[in-house]
Design a binder for this molecule. Sequence first.
Ligand SMILES: Nc1ncnc2c1ncn2[C@@H]1O[C@H](COP(=O)(O)OP(=O)(O)O)[C@@H](O)[C@H]1O
Ligand SMILES: [Mg+2]
Length: 621
Amino acid sequence: MHNAINASQDRRPVSRTTLLRIARFARPHHRQLYRFLLLSVVTALLAVATPVLAGRVVDAIVRGREEGTVTWLALLIAVIAVAEAGLGLLTRRLSATLGEGLILDLRTAVFDHVQRMPVAFFTRTRTGALVSRLNNDVIGAQRAFSNTLSGVVSNLVTLLLTLAVMLSISWQITLLALVLLPVFVVPARRMGTRMATLQREAAHHNAAMGTQMTERFSAPGATLVKLFGRPADESAEFAARARRVRDIGIRTAMAQSTFITALTLVSALALALVYGLGGFYALRGSLDPGAVVALALLLTRLYAPLTALAGARVEVMSALVSFERVFEILDLRPLIAEKPDARRVPDGPVSVEFDRVSFGYPSADKVSLASLEDVAALDSRGGTQVLHDVSFRAEPGHMVALVGSSGAGKSTIAQLLPRLYDADSGSVRLNGVDVRDLAADSIRETLGMVTQDGHLFHESVRANLLLARPDATDDDIWDALRRSRLEGLVASLPDGLDTVVGERGYRLSGGERQRLTIARLLLARQRVVILDEATAHLDSTSEAAVQEALAEALEGRTAVVIAHRLSTVRAADLILVVEEGRVVERGTHTELLAAGGRYEELHRTQFERPDKEEAQPRRNY
Ligand SMILES: Nc1ncnc2c1ncn2[C@@H]1O[C@H](COP(=O)(O)OP(=O)(O)O)[C@@H](O)[C@H]1O
Ligand SMILES: [Mg+2]
């Protein structure tokens, strides 16, 4: 699935397939590309014309009495200068449009692709590493395209044209002037490969630093470091990586300057050669004085693109590495994908069915990328089986409750319903249709879920709620808030519905967060509701209040309810006792109590406690 197991230790040069793929990304922009190439050729032609005209001026001066010719030539040179300036701007605009357009495509493609990855991918991936791919590497790729690749093209055209004109004036002098060149071109190639390797390593370290920062500088991460962390070790590790990045930066910069200095020197020496040898030929009458001047001017224009090209090689190599790292992400095939002929959940009340479902969490190599997890090689061991042969059916409008010890597999069962994971064998069905045959948006419309942790986006209360139903009015929102007993709290927030909550926003307590996710559920009004310990974070007062709201939300809906407090599941139509991934008992509350098995045991231990309040029969979830 992935060809670069550990990018930082990989020494191979950038592959041909990468180049082909970049070309494929550029294809929609081919018209701009042709226009750009045409402009480059015209600009290069103009650049060559000026030295040739300057040579003519010198010849006219030498011949004497040709004021008219000199004036015309000078005017022509002026016109060309103006045209060159205008065309230069136009070319730059085209190349920028081209490069930025390509990056737009690349960036949106990566975002779209990553968004479609299954939850398993995100549970394995380090967020910092992923964000670094989307930022640093996409920007690196942009540099490759809008600056370097376009620079390479126009410099190459200029170089070839200049060479051609020089050869036509005097091939002997031209060849002699270029004799020193191979001394620099050969090491330049080797250097480019070495630079690409260093650049890969730098990107790897940058991503690792990004990961360290995003993990340690979040509120929960910082708390963890304060409580258990070793700040000195953290800083030392960070500093070691930062130092390596500095060293690589210095080496790259030095390599580039060494080339530029060397080429400038060679260019100066070659110029001396042209004046010396050309002057000698001119004195002997085998070359016009104007030709010597033209050659000298052309030579200075020859080494500029040459210098740029030698430097460009290094830059292009490192930029291509960025492309590679972006493609690596695009190559990850999501394990869970919508079928092309996906169906919708049939109308009407929905039944939920598990038919001999077995499941184990996928191993790392199936869902992730080593370089994103910051490990040398991915764990390929198959995950241990978490669910064994689970079967049950919730009739439309019925409520099925899952109880059992922590770690038994209850949340896992819940996650298979909205297809956060796919079963390994057996089938999960909504209204008789396997969820793998359903369209993702149809599942979203049908299923509502309150999870254990109740995550909120760093956005306003309104935005967090509208996620469930984008067309809800403020009245709908206030109604849902009132029913989840949050109206008073939200009304008292500094900006009401517009108060930003979530990671960096207003801190809600665990219970408040959970009530907000319940409000989201009330707002969305889906046909199937899954509650995964939805009231676990609530104290008994607010729990009693929210229970009423939930009872209302569940009215007439199919529900799968996971509860740790048994008092909450008495009213269920079917109770499943789950232990070690198996359904070990099933029946109604009365049946299970009478059977005297695991349920009866759980029930006894929970209600033998002195707080008799819990023993009151209550419709709880
Ligand atoms: N993302 C995951 N990757 C691998 N194993 C997991 C993951 N989530 C849960 N597990 C494992 O699956 C088992 C069942 O977990 P879970 O369904 O969360 O239990 P419950 O909700 O009943 O407390 C546990 O052994 C747990 O360690
Ligand atoms: Mg759980």
